[in-house]
Design a protein around this ligand. Structure first.
Ligand SMILES: [Zn+2]
Length: 133
């Protein structure tokens, strides 16, 4: 299953991680290193997906755990002040995400979500992408 050595892999990962810190850029580098071709921010699709892989009829959203209310997130902790304000804001984002996912699925797209916290373990993320694409 493992095609690259441990050393090579951590070298790859540190390159990817070092070059870009923005979650979306990290995912793009990762996909690129896996040989996938993709387009970015297709405005003609619901929710303007961050990454679009036309060949796989798949779109990817890279979600910030806080803004998109990642349930069971190992990193993000719910805010302790202005609780109602944030809860409403995040609930609105989640509802919009849900609707966009439904619309995309209706159009025949497969929708993948990648959470910001998943970028702390790129190897697991890489396997997830391999499995789901
Ligand atoms: Zn998370």
């Amino acid at each position: 299953m493992d095609i690259v050595s441990k050393e090579k892999r951590s070298e790859m990962m540190s390159k990817i991680r070092g070059k870009n810190t923005k979650p979306e850029l990290v995912v793009r580098s990762l996909l690129h290193s896996m040989g996938y071709r993709f387009r970015l921010h297709r405005k003609d699709l619901p929710g303007t997906p961050d990454i679009v892989l036309p060949k796989y009829k798949t779109v990817i959203f890279v979600n910030g755990c806080f803004w998109h209310g990642h349930k069971g997130c190992p990193i993000y902790k719910p805010p302790k002040s202005n609780v109602q304000y944030w809860e409403e804001k995040i609930a609105k984002n989640k509802e919009r995400d849900r609707i966009n996912t439904l619309l995309l699925q209706k159009l025949g797209w497969k929708v993948l979500e990648i959470w910001e916290c998943e970028l702390t373990d790129l190897y697991t993320l890489l396997s997830k992408l391999r499995h789901q694409l």
